[in-house]
Design a binder for this molecule. Sequence first.
Ligand code: NAI
Ligand SMILES: Nc1nc(O)c(N)c(N[C@@H]2O[C@H](COP(=O)(O)O)[C@@H](O)[C@H]2O)n1
Length: 274
Amino acid sequence: MAIPPRQETLTFPPSQAALLAPYLPPLSPSSSSSSTPPRPHVTLTYATSLDAALALGPGIRTALSGPASKAMTHYLRTRHDAILVGVGTAVADDPALNARIAGAAGIETQPRPVVLDPRGRWDVRDGARVVAAARAGLGKAVWVVVGAGVEVAAGRRAVVEGCGGRVVRVGVRGDGGRFAWGDVLAVLWEEGVRSLMVEGGGEVINSLLAPSGNGFVDSVIVTVAPTWLGQGGVVVSPPRTVGEDGAPAPPVRLADVQWCPLGEDVVLCGRIQR
Ligand SMILES: NC(=O)C1=CN([C@@H]2O[C@H](COP(=O)(O)OP(=O)(O)OC[C@H]3O[C@@H](n4cnc5c(N)ncnc54)[C@H](O)[C@@H]3O)[C@@H](O)[C@H]2O)C=CC1
Ligand SMILES: Nc1nc(O)c(N)c(N[C@@H]2O[C@H](COP(=O)(O)O)[C@@H](O)[C@H]2O)n1
C-alpha cells in the first residue's frame, strides 16, 4: 500500500480572511461571466522580496512567505477552482499545489493544479508531489496545458492520466512560443473553471502583467517579505511598452489598494488601474 505524503495543516483566522474578501471571486459563482468571451475570475498572487525577486535564481526554490502569509496562500487556494503555474515553476519547485489548511475538508475544496507547458518539456514522474497529492486524495489531479501539435511522451502522459489528470491542448500563438492568455482562459472556462489563481513563476507573471495580459487580471494579492535576495534572482518586472507616438506607455499601477501586515510580511491587495 502506498504511504500517503506527510503534510502540515495551516490555519488562517476568519478576521484576516475578511480583509481579502473584496479581492476574491464570489463564493457561489454564476455560470455566466460578465466578460466577453467568458473567462474565469483571475487572481494574480505571489510572494516577493524587497528587490522584486520571486526566487534566488532560476530553478531555486526559495521560501519568502512567513507562516501567516503562507497560511493565507493556502486559504486563497481553497477559494479558487484552479491554481496555475508555468513549467519553469513545476520543474524548479516540484510543488504540491494543494491547500494544506484547516477547513479544506474534502477534495471539493481543493483547487485544480494547472501547469502551462507549451512545448511539453515537463518530465513529470510518479514521485512528483502534485501527482502524489492526487493519488493520496489530498489534491485534485493536475492538468498539463500543452501546445496543440505537441507530442507528450507516453510515459509522462501515463503518469498524468494515471493519477486522474489530463493533457489539455491550447494553440500557441503568443510571442516566444507562449500561450495567449485569452486562449488559456477560454479553454479553462469551457472546462468549468470559474476562478483561477495564478501563482507564478517569473515568466508567467511578467507576461500576465504585460499589456497583452493585464486586462485579464481581476485582482492582485502580493506578499512582500522583509528581505533582499540580491542580484541574479527571478524578478517580477513586466516589459515596458511604447505607444504609437513612441512615448512610453503608462506604467501598470494598482487601484483600490490595501496593505495588510501579516506576521513579518505585508500583503498588498489591489486591482489593476484601467
Ligand atoms: N515566490 C513566489 O511566490 C513564487 C516563486 N516562483 C519561482 O519562480 C521560478 C520559476 O519562474 P520561471 O523560470 O520564470 O518559470 P515559469 O514558472 O514562469 O514558467 C515559464 C514557462 O511557462 C510557459 N508559458 C506558457 N505560456 C506562457 C505565457 N503566456 N507566459 C509565460 N510563460 C508561459 C513557457 O514554457 C515558459 O518557459 C522558480 O524559481 C520558482 O521558485 C514560482 C512561483 C511563485
Ligand atoms: N506564497 C508563496 N510564498 C513563497 O515563499 C513561495 N516560495 C511560494 N511559492 C509558490 O508555492 C509553490 C509551492 O507550493 P507547495 O507548497 O509545494 O504546494 C511554488 O511552486 C510556487 O508556486 N509561494
